[in-house]
Design a protein around this ligand. Structure first.
Ligand code: GLN
Length: 554
């Protein structure tokens, strides 16, 4: 029988529920339990795939091809688990399931209501009971998801939001039905008022009262704070909120999010959880490899300057890329200083200045016209100046276009995403995508999720991947598996032109022949990948491509 942990947030958003959920997952895993973490988002979009990154940050992609909230990236990086489409649910998806069922006549003439129909569907997904969607896929490795020892459910938004009310009602009912097998963790904020030199617990008290008003008593409170909380403050919260003192934990600002699990363990969060479930606590796990990583991270002094060339000037828009670079840096004993360079402001006259001092350049993924010419100029500059460059997805496509324009002399070369009438469509729409773009079915229809790629022996990428065991060496040393999110691809008609002029196609999908990787052998490190290596980098297993990139930047 699985145990259920619900993680909610109060007072303000952006407190880091995802980090707390991931840390809980990590700590329980370290005690030998199997764990999964799922995110319920109260917005109405079916998935974040169609959302602008300015709304909720990066769109993360699971191996089975679901476009999800970026918190799933934290879950994977912290715990190493591979999430699936079951781990990410929105209000839109819940309603769609219920409405599809109603249209099929499954409800036999009854009135469909938020309670019980919507709440029942939320509960079913929280319990991970049964198949949710027609193309539901199960956890890699064949285990059915309802055999996890712990199922951690994070609910997006803040207590009191109108749209999260059905989720709270579902949690209330589940707590009642599951009894001791369900525990509620509530994350709040304790602000420090400078003028009064005081930490204020009132917002926390109000947030808990609001929960109690919904019929939910939190079992564990995690207080986010910028200052250390004394025992007195914790005692006050405990007594006003009906929570035991040992269950009031503080989460201070730390230099790295990866310090959080250790901080939580130090305060006995995992032990408190186990006691709530009536499970014997046992010995505290050493977290050896994790602590080694932190030790390495704390000692970093040397810096490496890497430019992120993209169009979204927002930390969260390239979350997984930033984390992958930093993680690789830790293993290469260097602190990666990431400088965002807005590609909309790059042109030939200023590129040298914009990229000055950069030891490596990463050309970011993206969609649409905005900022692409700047990416092409940056790719040209780094290719002709021997600066290590990694292009991801749209970044790779821009490297291909740059090479066509400046080496192959196809001056109007482009992607048909940007110019339908180019005489040299070196990047072209995939055949099976034409109907989606023309027919306007844009949600969840890209080439998504993990596909195999064979690596050319002796290539830069084959060497980069060779020492790693992490990157799904599926069928032998020259096969990898990586996640995708695109509609356009390298146009194979031009392959010979590229090969003969110095850009090699060193990775391809063995089934469709789609070019997955291009590289320039004559360059210190110039690699473009159609896939997204950033989605599969974890704390304990940094991605080999990022490792090799960082190594060569150094
Ligand atoms: N817009 C490009 C495509 O659809 C690249 C997508 C991306 O960078 N994720 O192929």
């Amino acid at each position: 029988m699985s145990k259920y942990i619900f993680v909610t947030g109060g007072v303000v958003s952006s407190l880091g529920k995802g980090i707390i959920s991931s840390s809980i997952g990590k700590l329980l895993q370290a005690r030998g339990y199997s764990v999964t973490i799922q995110k319920f988002d109260p917005y109405i979009n079916i998935d974040p795939g169609t959302l602008n990154p300015y709304e909720h940050g990066e769109c993360y992609v699971t191996e089975d091809g679901m476009e999800t909230d970026l918190d799933l990236g934290h879950y994977e990086r912290f715990t190493g688990i591979r999430t699936t489409r079951d781990n990410s649910v929105t209000t839109g998806r819940i309603y769609k399931t219920v409405i599809d069922r109603e249209r099929r006549g499954d409800y036999l003439g009854r009135t469909i209501q938020v309670v019980p129909h919507i709440t029942d569907e939320i509960k079913r997904r929280m319990l991970r009971a049964g198949d949710f969607d027609a193309n539901n896929q199960r956890q890699a490795g064949g285990s059915t998801s309802n055999t996890f020892d712990f199922i951690i459910t994070e609910v997006g938004g803040t207590i009191g939001d109108i749209e999260s009310a059905p989720f709270m009602e579902a949690i209330r009912q589940l707590r009642w039905e599951l009894g001791r097998d369900a525990v509620c963790v509530h994350l709040t904020y304790v602000p420090y008022l400078k003028a009064a030199s005081e930490l204020k617990t009132k917002p926390t008290q109000h947030s808990v009262k609001e929960m109690q008003g919904m019929g939910i008593q939190p079992d564990i409170l995690i207080l986010r704070t910028e200052k250390h909380l004394s025992d007195n403050v914790r005692m006050k919260v405990a007594s006003f909120c009906n929570v035991e003192l040992e269950c009031v934990v503080q989460s201070e600002d730390l230099p790295s999010i990866y310090e959080v699990p250790v901080n939580m363990q130090r305060q006995g969060l995992d032990a408190a959880l186990l006691r709530k479930f009536g499970i014997p606590v046992g010995e505290t796990p050493a977290l050896g490899p994790w602590r080694n990583f932190l030790e390495k991270q704390r000692k970093l002094t040397k810096e490496l300057h890497v430019a992120l060339v993209g169009k979204y000037d927002l930390q969260d828009a390239y979350k997984s890329i930033r984390e992958s670079l930093s993680l690789a840096g830790v293993y290469e004993d260097v602190k990666v200083k990431i400088e965002f360079v807005n590609s909309e402001h790059i042109d030939e006259s200023n590129v040298a200045e914009q990229l000055s001092g950069m030891q490596g350049v990463l050309i970011c993924p993206g969609f649409g016209h905005r900022g692409i010419e700047g990416k092409i100029v940056a790719a040209h500059y780094t290719r002709t100046h021997g600066i290590p460059t990694l292009g991801i997805c749209l970044g790779m496509q821009m490297m291909v276009i740059e090479f066509a324009r400046n080496v192959l002399h196809f001056t109007d070369a482009n992607s048909t995403e940007m110019d339908r009438h180019t005489t040299h469509p070196v990047i072209d729409i995939m055949e099976e995508q034409k109907q989606n773009v023309n027919g306007g079915t844009m949600g969840g229809t890209m080439r998504l999720g993990a596909y195999r790629c064979s690596l050319r022996a002796g290539s830069r990428v084959a060497t980069a991947y060779a020492p790693s065991s992490q990157c799904a060496v599926a069928d032998g040393p020259s096969f990898i598996s990586e996640r995708h999110r695109h509609r356009y691809e390298f146009n194979n008609k031009y392959e010979q032109d590229y090969e003969q002029n110095g850009m090699q196609c060193t990775g391809r999908n063995p089934e469709s022949d789609l070019v997955e990787i291009v590289e320039v052998a004559e360059h210190p490190w110039y690699v473009g990948v159609q896939f997204h290596p950033e989605y599969s980098s974890t704390v304990l297993h940094p991605h080999p491509l990022f490792m090799d990139f960082v190594k060569h930047c150094l």
